[in-house]
Design a protein around this ligand. Sequence first.
Ligand code: SF4
Length: 366
Amino acid sequence: MDQVSGGKAARYWHVLTDGRIQCDVCPRYCKLHEGQRGLCFVRARQGERMVLTTYGRSSGFCVDPIEKKPLNHFLPGTPVLSFGTAGCNLTCKFCQNWDISKAETFDRVQDLASPAAIAEAAVQSGCRSVAFTYNDPVIFLEYAVDVAQACRARGIKTVAVSAGYISPEPRAEFFRHMDAANIDLKGFTEGFYKNLCSAKLAPVLETLEYLKHETDVWFEITTLLIPGENDSAAEIEAASAWIMEHLGPDVPLHFTAFHPDWKLRDIAPTPPQTLRRAREIAMKAGLRYVYTGNVHDPAGQATHCHACDAVLIGRDWYDITAWNLSADGRCGNCGARCHGVFASEAGQWGGRRRPLTLAEPQPVVS
Ligand code: SF4
């Protein structure tokens, strides 16, 4: 923690009887003396108030396939304008974006980006949505909400890629402005969250239940399977059973492959067989849409009709190879409903990844 100056007035905090200020955005509830920053590093005490130090500052923009977030049931095949800031409220030892999430200087956040400029860039680059990704948008809530409002005014949807580690009151505000989310369910034991993320599982499960029962946000779940840490059959069975019971069979679940990174460099990458086995376990539990990710596995990335098993959407990495859905998301073979947000046809963005400079939005070449 260090001295801080500048920043935008932050919401969700209160003064404690001992004079410290408590941030109420996430379940860490950091208690700060003058000049200190929270664990996320970007929310800080400045005098008698809290500020967000990364408002309007980005670590870079890129047009990605929506499937990369990953979202398989939200406007498939379309491009999404992705960006993040710096910092994170979890301390995952396996972080795959640690250069951004652990940034404690603003070397990574030099792009100045107003909400209106981001919405304009999305329109100009042919994106259907803007994704808050690379680091957790919960910690830059005020900025994310303003960007989301600017996007909605321009007909652009918004996507939160988040660990769901957020307290109830800010959670309600944050998700009120989102159209879709991918929530990282990092493991399914309190021990995993405690030992590898210095966090708790219960608040994440609360966020998932909140999204399902209190909002219209389309959401999918991702679990990064780390060999020996969270990939046991028992843990995957328990997670799948919980999802079935609390969220129902229609929430898509992605099992993605770990690559050695950050502080977990002595663990081997996830074998594709582990992902396939996890998918089988989750589908056996009753989940209808379970996917493998970060590996070449067209069979594990296709969407099947839950009623007649026809292939509704074929995928090869981020390319859409088959499309058999009506505009209202019904199977072209039997008419059964596939849950999600669909258009009458798939987008054609494919697997391209195009970095973008905000001042000069690039026209889409499709
Ligand atoms: S958002 Fe940041 S400052 Fe606030 S409680 Fe969480 S880690 Fe601490």
